[in-house]
Design a binder for this molecule. Structure first.
Ligand SMILES: NC(=O)c1ccc[n+]([C@@H]2O[C@H](COP(=O)([O-])OP(=O)(O)OC[C@H]3O[C@@H](n4cnc5c(N)ncnc54)[C@H](O)[C@@H]3O)[C@@H](O)[C@H]2O)c1
Length: 83
């Protein structure tokens, strides 16, 4: 299955990517505001450096629909816990 994970280079997102990437085609959309590409080491996920703001995601959802992407995980949100 193809899965898009926004914020996939972050704390929670990268753990989800590691979990999913073994048996799925995973694409990570992340602007690296607080995440790190190092968090994706050891995964086969494709990384796309981009700002996944709501309006962009709406477009992506539309194109993802046409590309038959059944699952989109959104973890690309600001986190203030502990910062
Ligand atoms: N960590 C926790 O214990 C916890 C618990 C409950 C809820 N949450 C929530 O889950 C979400 C993720 O938490 P986290 O700890 O993984 O945070 P994180 O900061 O480690 O990860 C967020 C990721 O999103 C990316 N990002 C932020 N804005 C983006 C944008 N506009 N476009 C693309 N990428 C963007 C960052 O670069 C980062 O990689 C947050 O909303 C947080 O409040 C976290």
């Amino acid at each position: 299955m193809k899965v898009i994970v926004t914020g996939g280079a972050g704390f929670i997102g990268s753990k989800l990517v590691k979990h999913l990437s073994g048996s799925n085609e995973v694409v990570v959309l992340d602007n690296l505001h607080s995440g790190s590409i190092n968090n994706l080491q050891g995964t086969k996920a494709r990384f796309v450096h981009m700002d996944a703001k709501a309006e962009v995601i709406e477009d992506d959802l539309s194109s993802a629909h046409h590309a038959h992407v059944p699952q989109i995980e959104q973890w690309g949100l600001e986190s203030h816990a502990g910062r």
